[in-house]
Design a protein. Sequence first.
Length: 412
Amino acid sequence: MIAFIFFGCSLLFLLHVSRAKAIEALSLYWVFIVFQCLYNVAPWAASFVDTSALSLLSDHAVIETQLTLSAISNFCFGAVFLTFYKRTPLAAPSSRASLRSGRNIFILAFPVFLLTFALCAKYGWNQFATGVESADDQGGMFTVTAYAKHFFIAIYIYYLYRFRLNRWAWILFLQNAIVMFIDGARTTFFPIAFLTFFIYASQQVRATKKVYILAALAIFSTIAARAIIFTGNSTALQKLVAPVVVEGTMGAYPSLQTIYAVQHHANDGYTYGASYIVDPLLLLLPKGGLRQSQFLKSWEQKINAGIPDEFAPMGGFYYVAEAVAAFSYLGPPLITTLFAALMVWMESVKNRHRLVYFVWAGNIGVLFVKTNFANAFKIFATQLLIVLLFAGIRRYRLFMAASVPALTQAQL
């Protein structure tokens, strides 16, 4: 209980920092707070009920250690923002493009939406998770579907970068929501939903109740998308609550396992940060032996024999797991401090590097807490390359449009 009270005090400190620095509720700062609550409160609450199927959910020593490490990390996170954060409003695009140009992009994106929709209906996460299709049955189509989703999301992010939110942007957002419902995976949709309402709030004179209601509906839709695949005699409310409970407990379970491994000396050394530097590069390589030699994956395989249950038995991932694997108990506060510093810096340059910031906020800024860093970086790098390709094509067209008249004039 002392560890839980300590964790609660750390949340109060984060709230104080938010008030002192005038940090809006629709911000990456608050996304961090929400995930910290989810991945710490859920396993703590589960420890008071019958969880015999997963032994670590009843291991109070492990859960209290995670609460303590997360609380210290919260204090580090808040201290960085309290010391260095300066509120920087998101500026409007430097050049206002016509609504017609936005409509043209929307029209060009529509076939991509139809393709993505069709792929997700056949090879999406829902098909895989419910056992309708296995990974072997899908073959490479699962990967093709994933990249189709990234491509369509990149189009949407590029549209936001060029035009901000207008009628066509909202339709593109709705199409992404439809893809999410058909696909069932929330990892790619939730970050762009946050980005959408963050931009929407910045376009208002002040964030109104309407903004927060719409943002809440978007979050609710991500829960509902997972709830619809649950079968059985559960009530609608139980089906809606289940994804949240499962995400909180199963997402935190790998971190409980890494803490258990350290406590019981089941680990053979640490990754010493290589999973944050080398693994992202390895994950960008084509499938093969070199890609499988990721440091975090190797560490997980080594501790498997000494921990209860298979590592991450139902998927999910909380960043504390990777941080502990890197530097033991020093890892969570150290990695959290570095992440907070990166967030503060990105906030300070978001108007100078708008394109990169939009992709960052719609990926790593949200996903860092809930997935391993290599996976978050891969999504970021993939979508950034696509968005940069769109920006490069536009610059080339502008260059050619300016060069041809000049060349014609010189000939005359």
